[in-house]
Design a protein around this ligand. Sequence first.
Ligand SMILES: [Zn+2]
Length: 407
Amino acid sequence: MNCRHCNQVLEYKFLDLGFMPPSNAYLSSEELNKPELTFPLRLFVCCNCWLVQTDDYTSAEDLFTDKYAYFSSVSKQWLIHAEKYVESITREIGLTKNSFVVEVASNDGYLLKNFVAKKIPCLGIEPTASTADKAEEQEIPVCREFFGKELALQLKKEGKSADLIIGNNVFAHVPDINDFSEGMKILLKESGTITLEFPHLMELLKNKQFDTVYHEHFSYLLLFTVNKIFKNAGLKIWNVDILETHGGSLRVYGCHLDCQREVSPVVNKIILEEEQLGLHDLDTYNSFQEHVNNIKNDFLDFLIEQKKNGKRISAYGAAAKGNTLLNYAGVKSDLITCVYDAAPAKQGNYLPGSHIPILHPDEIDNDQPDFLIILPWNISSEIIQQLQSVNDWGCKFVTAIPDIKVI
Ligand SMILES: [Zn+2]
């Protein structure tokens, strides 16, 4: 296998999580009786461009199907994040009713609805029918395709050219990151701006966030690498924001390579910090598997000990990252009885691999578990705030990454 960016042979595998079903492949009760497709989940690092990447076993079409159950609007915190972003970018780059905004992976319209409210013309690009339907209900125009060079050329032919291209948590999810970047270059107006948000690999390694590794997440990115990928596509990064979302993300601001915009010193500062933390050094990557195994073992120890004490354990949040943790640890419904989730599309279904049933959060009061494992730890404060009623019977919250914490 070769690096998806620079084509160098990939020799360094540093994380092996065994075989797993795709994280978002939730199962109906009928599907529980059928064989389940699993793929190897491993991470490689390219020692030329330091792009961390998964194997090439699955195609995007297999992963982002019509049943895709991730609806961005379910998290209130994320909705606020999107609204604030729209306010600040509109001001910063002076968007008006004559501008044109494109969001790639526009999901259920969680972000673009803010531009619709401002009467700024926009277009969402979203191949998943279930989420695209939701966006169209809110008057957001949606193009139901995967984004890349081909689609960008087609849009350009139709006379479309973007003042702003937004990609939130999509850059790391595309199999062909070069083609995606070249597509942005084609669709971007001469004076246009790109903003992309993605989880920062530096935080993943520092905080042992191995559960953010899943098949749909093809790339794990350093600013150093994204800077290279942009340059290669004829683009440049001129600014970066450090965000707390998804356990630590970056928002990069891009433009055409020959654009006169000055590059903020923060860009080189972060690239230097990555290097100083050893992220251009194979030893840093080689020690990761051992940390991951320790987390898994501690998690299992906790579950087994509580089970022996007769405690009832459930989980909250049927998020993709929860599936990586549960499936790597081999946890089934004998240890964690069920998982509660606010997304109607997931309720009544089962988690892939572990086959743990997904229930409506209203069931918590009936079940009265002793422990609630919060699987999407990145929004744990939002969840704890919402679920104050569990204190009535002394239920404790638990997060497992980077180590077991009982709250
Ligand atoms: Zn490479």
